[in-house]
Design a protein around this ligand. Structure first.
Ligand code: PLP
Length: 645
């Protein structure tokens, strides 16, 4: 098994003896005798999974007067690589337990002279809690038994199609194993996602440990469903929820389902590039205080971190402010699930103290599409666990796809075993790609200060280097044209465009070859652009992302019949459904929102730009009728925006 153990002892001679003893028992070792070297090794060598350390080490080589010990030392290692297991391997028979900081996984007294015990514990730690995928292993075991199936699914391990003259190509394309692994819930040894007690429960427990949660759950219908499950669990009609208006539409749907009153936070907006950014920290706190002062039963806050464009909040600070006010925090980490596996991205929501996090494991790690996770750290979760499971059952199919569950198990194992190395590579690739693109002249990779607006400049916002946004305006081509050339001429599919930018994601599947192909393609497009005049940047007059005020509770607007009218005539009316340009997938209108002239203009701008718009049908939009508005008013379903922008 390819993993290494880092042995740390200030005394080089003893180190050598211990190194030999452990190596001779088959353990792959590296050693250091001071903190500086140990940290360097941890950063450089992603194969290190276990540290055996003395209680105290010199900080730098050749100076034994300055030392670091106990919790300070262990914390330092954990800040570089949280997933590394630390065992104390020491001459000290008495432990000053109070200062270990809770980061130790075990203790060995050198006076025992029992190297076999050390090796057994190391192997057990790496194999039992890291390098294992209990669900996938069981699925393999079951499919190898080649049992006759007398149960769903109807394709019966592929027998229904493998000899079909009409659809055999489907079988051949996917291969036999996907059909063998697509087994029904009638197989008890594979456990039940809806009531996990066996291998799925074990896989959940390993995920919780990996992602720093108390509990983790697999969601087989994406983070869209994960968000709805949480909102329905934590909110009841009459409660209030604080949510960023630029959140994913699943959060708006979840709010409608829960019956809670939304208190919207207005995001910062970068009109130059048509991008919604984080909500300013001050605005979050003042809106929370205002809602509470108004007597709203504010139970939950949900924020998106990172944003689609890779903007990262100073999340720990915001979570602390919410907790001071007894508000639970959900962080939608659809785009940030890997954050726990590299210090460049720390802290993830769980580490920052959030109560819940939802992650699209499939978006950024090696899971199949739709495979997501819900992580829980809420100290009061046990009180609502049954209700959570009830909501989980409400939203989850009774026939979840087993290969998808296996992919979550594997994605977790991969991140624990090699996430650090893979992410280090992503960061390196990002640097190279950025340098190469900027060397072209007409393409420019946007930096943090280009992406955020002045409103959030003092909020410690960071930029995720794995999400690269490129300004294409100097080429004279629109971003749609560049996207088209990349796809049709160079066979390159990018993540998304705005009017003058395109975004590419550097995932753990990125390679140098792909990176250089993208660079060559952009170079070619730059050459093609010849002497075209650069495109103007957007101004407030061209395009202005202005989210108009709310008028009625989304839930009751959503359940009104409404009437369809042309968008051009809709100014001042109230939407009954969401209207969402895609990408980026952030609704410009939610049910209950007043349709302003600016929103109509923005939607026209998107339409002229051939952006897909969900929620409009042949230029018509569904709005509340005058009678429906009067009824909602009479029933007391009027709401007002309290967030100042
Ligand atoms: C911020 C955010 N949350 C949730 C989702 C939904 O995720 P999924 O596609 O896993 O359902 C998305 C999808 O794009 C998203 O961007």
């Amino acid at each position: 098994m390819k993993y290494r153990v880092l042995l740390l002892n200030p005394d080089a001679k003893t180190n050598e003896i211990e190194f030999k003893e452990l190596s001779s028992r088959g353990i792959n070792m590296v050693t250091a005798s001071n903190v500086e070297d140990a940290c360097r090794l941890l950063r450089e060598d992603g194969l290190i999974h276990v540290i055996l350390t003395e209680w105290k080490l010199p900080q730098v080589p050749g100076d034994s007067t300055r030392t670091m010990s106990g919790s300070e030392l262990f914390d330092k290692f954990k800040r570089i690589r949280f997933e590394v297991t630390i065992f104390l391997f020491t001459d000290a028979a008495d432990l000053p337990y109070s200062s270990t900081g809770g980061d130790l996984s075990g203790y060995f007294y050198k006076g025992d002279h029992d190297y076999d015990d050390v090796v057994r514990k190391i192997r057990s730690e790496v194999i039992n809690s890291k390098n294992r995928a209990p669900f996938f292993d069981k699925l393999l075991e079951y499919s190898r038994k080649s049992k006759d199936s007398w149960h769903t699914p109807g394709h019966s391990s592929g027998y229904s199609i493998k000899n079909s003259v009409w659809v055999r190509d489907f079988y051949e394309f996917f291969g036999a194993n996907i059909f063998r692994a697509d087994i029904s819930v009638s197989v008890p040894m594979l456990d039940s996602l809806l009531h996990p007690t066996g291998v799925i429960k074990e896989a959940h427990e390993l995920a919780a440990r990996a992602f720093s949660a108390r509990y983790s759950f697999f969601s087989t219908n994406g983070t869209s469903t994960a968000n709805k499950i949480l909102l329905q669990t934590l909110l009841q009609p009459g409660d209030a929820i604080l949510l960023d208006r630029n959140c994913h539409k699943s959060v708006h749907y979840g709010t409608i389902l829960s019956g809670a009153e939304p208190v919207y936070l207005s995001p910062s907006v970068n009109n130059r590039y048509g991008i919604f950014g984080p909500v300013p920290k001050k605005r979050i706190i003042s809106t929370m205080d205002k809602a509470i002062a108004m007597g709203k039963k504010l139970k939950v806050m949900i924020l998106t971190n990172s944003t689609y464009d890779g903007l990262i909040y100073d999340i720990a600070d915001i979570v602390a402010e919410a907790h001071k006010r007894n508000v639970k925090v959900i962080v939608d980490e659809a785009w940030y699930g890997y954050a726990r596996f590299h210090p460049h991205f720390y802290p993830c929501a769980m580490e920052a103290g959030a109560d819940y996090a939802t992650q699209s494991t499939h978006k950024t790690m090696s899971a199949f599409s739709q495979a997501s996770m819900i992580h829980v750290n809420d100290p009061e979760f046990e009180d609502i666990e049954d209700f959570f499971m009830e909501n989980f059952n409400m939203h989850t199919s009774t026939s979840p796809q087993y290969p998808m569950i296996a992919s979550l198990d594997i994605a977790r194992k991969q991140m624990v075993m090699e996430g650090y190395s893979l992410l280090s590579r992503c960061i390196e690739l990002s640097e190279t790609l950025k340098k190469n693109i900027n060397s072209l002249g007409k393409f420019r990779v946007l930096e943090l200060n280009d992406l955020i607006s002045d409103e959030v400049k003092g909020d410690n916002i960071r930029l995720d280097p794995t999400k690269i946004t490129i300004d294409v305006s100097a080429t004279g081509f629109s971003s749609k044209e560049v996207e088209h050339y990349l796809l049709e001429k160079h066979n390159i599919q990018i993540e998304k465009t705005t009017f003058n930018t395109l975004t590419v994601l550097i995932t753990i599947g990125a390679t140098h070859s792909k990176l250089n192909r993208l660079f060559l393609a952009l170079e070619n497009i730059e050459k093609m652009s010849g002497t075209r005049r650069p495109k103007k940047h957007l101004t407030r007059n061209d395009f202005f992302l202005d989210l108009s005020p709310m008028k009625f509770m989304p839930r009751f607007s959503f359940y009104s019949d409404g009437e369809a009218i042309p968008l051009r005539d809709a100014e001042g009316r109230v939407a009954t459904n969401m209207v969402t340009p895609y990408p980026p997938g952030i609704p410009l209108l939610v049910p209950g929102q007043i349709i302003s002239r600016k929103v109509i203009e923005a939607l026209n701008y998107y339409r002229d730009y051939h952006v897909e718009i969900h929620g409009l049908k042949e230029g018509r939009i569904n709005v509340l009728s005058a009678e429906e508005e009067a009824k909602l008013e009479e029933y007391g379903y009027r709401i007002y925006d309290i967030c100042e922008s």
